[in-house]
Write a protein that binds this ligand. Structure first.
Ligand code: AHR
Length: 516
């Protein structure tokens, strides 16, 4: 065995000291220039994939599961409680195979297609534009439509915009809408122009896609974009910085309002590991991937800053989350996975990163809402459960549209097998009522970490907290035991002259509320 060097001994002693004894001091920085945290950072995603739409959101009007126009009400109630700000649909990869006109009119006359990306199952188009947009009204959320660029045409996209947005009687598309039972337009603001154009959306180069994008975007609206559409370019996969560079360089700023980014916390695409029975090594690697979001956002934003210093074009991280092997015995094409405290950690740190970059990150969409990947809700026939990720999303609703309070601190370390990650992650905000919220995550699998936060500048007189914690990292909710992981009040807080001191238990998410 190699003899430990003096430096190594000092490092170990220092990090142990940090972990056990030291208090991490979190400083709230001056916030006059701080951005608003758009509620759209807390967006969701629903694709025609596995049991997300069919069985998850939509059970049909004849189902014995309580529903409104076929949409299951237990799921609607759960998502309403999350105040979901937007919902992206119909894909994902599915979007570039989807021809929206197949999904309107009498259901008995709608053609079927083959869902080539997700299990080669028959898609009967019974859930189409009306069903989705009416469901968004029921959910109280803004729709984000992802248009078909890979196998579609600019005309098809332009028609879809007229169909959903133009006033009654103004042209043939709104007339068709009215014939199909809807007089008033839904006024859809968010339009994705293709999805993963570098892969399932057409295997394009960034140079080729930026030309295709320009062509599609030209026919979405008039040259001033007087409809106020938000047109979203299909963005990079994780660290493909060249993709962002080429798009920002080639697409004129009057044709683009946002550029996307997709990043999944996946251990290895060839060996993703189980969703529940994972090892600490797999947990550590997943957290490495999740925390990589900080570097990805920083570097993609730096490229955007070069071409758009005024920050006109937003960054939308419109697919993110953990991706593991499917649950044993389920269709590999359906991407159905359980959701544990590991997922709560991914959600907590990722949302903190987005909050802290709220000057450029204006939307994000967790993949996906129901029964697919890092879902907030799982269903089994008439049963439904809320996942640990759901609880984090709910705790973080306090940040919606609040003003960011920037923070500074040096995180204690989470050490595994001589590798190090920052254990603690933080974001903070102040809402219109003057309340201050701080969301803290400790990803350390073993150690609690003590933190002190100085909020004395905010004149707060009361402090309360709630926590999501569990006995093991693998803890999760099942249809038989749906309350294994739940949120609880956290009272072990010292609050003195605007300074909060507390100990963050291992793998926990804690949200503090300071008020007058
Ligand atoms: O979310 C599942 C898939 O992941 C989406 O369809 C695609 O865009 C991404 O590769």
């Amino acid at each position: 065995m190699k003899k430990p060097t003096l430096l190594w001994i000092i490092l170990v002693l220092w990090s142990a000291g940090t972990s056990f004894a030291q208090t991490t001091t979190i400083t709230a920085l001056p916030s006059e220039q701080a951005p608003e945290i758009s509620r759209h950072i807390y967006g969701h995603f629903a694709e025609h994939l596995g049991r997300c739409i069919y069985g998850g959101f939509y059970v049909g009007e004849d189902s014995k599961i309580p529903n409104t126009a076929g949409v299951r009400m237990d799921v609607v109630e759960a998502l309403r409680a999350l105040k979901i700000p937007n919902l992206r649909w119909p894909g994902g990869c599915f979007a570039d195979t989807y021809h929206w006109k197949d999904g309107i009119g009498p259901k008995s006359e709608r053609p079927s297609i083959l869902n080539i990306w997700w299990g080669n199952v028959r898609e009967d188009n019974s859930f189409g534009t009306h069903e989705f947009l009416n469901m968004c009204e029921l959910l109280g959320t803004e729709p984000y439509l992802s248009a078909n660029v890979g196998s579609g045409t600019p005309q098809e996209m332009a028609d879809w915009i007229k169909y959903t947005n133009h006033p009654a009687g103004s042209s043939p598309m709104p007339e068709l809408r009215e014939k199909n039972g809807r007089k008033e337009p839904w006024k859809v603001k968010f339009w994705g122009i293709g999805n993963e154009a570098w892969g399932c959306g057409g295997n394009m180069t960034p140079e080729y896609y930026s030309d295709v994008y320009r062509r599609f975007a030209t026919f979405t609206t008039d040259w001033r974009n007087s409809d106020g559409l938000v047109r979203i370019a299909s963005g990079a996969s994780s660290s493909d910085y060249n993709w962002t560079e080429v798009l920002m360089k080639n697409i004129p700023k009057n044709l683009i309002e946002a550029i996307a980014l997709h990043h999944y916390s996946v251990i290895d695409w060839e060996d993703k590991g189980p969703a529940t029975g994972f090892s600490e090594k797999q947990y550590f690697t997943t957290m490495q991937r999740a925390l990589q979001m900080e570097e990805l956002v920083t570097r993609h934003v730096a490229i955007m800053d070069k071409y758009d210093p005024g920050k006109r074009v937003a960054l939308f991280v419109d697919e993110w989350g953990g991706w593991y092997d499917v649950e044993p015995g389920t269709n590999p094409g359906f991407l159905f996975q359980q959701n544990t405290m590991r997922d709560a950690m991914i959600a907590g740190v990722t949302l903190n990163i987005f909050n802290n970059h709220a000057d450029r990150v204006k939307m994000a969409n967790l993949a996906q809402a129901v029964n697919v990947l890092q879902a907030v809700v799982l269903t089994d026939e008439e049963k439904m459960l809320l996942t640990p990720t759901y609880h984090v999303m709910k705790m973080y609703t306090v940040h919606h549209d609040a003003t960011l309070i920037p923070t500074a601190f040096v995180s204690p370390q989470y050490i595994y097998d001589n590798q190090v990650l920052p254990a603690v992650s933080v974001s903070a905000s102040r809402n219109a009522a003057g309340e201050v919220h701080v969301s803290l995550v400790n990803i350390d699998s073993q150690l609690a970490h003590k933190v002190e936060i100085d909020l004395s500048a905010y004149g707060l007189t009361r402090m309360s907290g709630e926590i999501l914690a569990a006995e093991s990292l693998q803890a999760h909710n099942t249809f038989e035991a749906s309350e294994t992981v739940v949120v609880a009040p956290y009272r072990d807080i010292t609050f003195n002259q605007g300074k909060v001191t507390l100990s963050l238990p291992p793998f926990s998410v804690l949200v503090l509320k300071g008020s007058n």
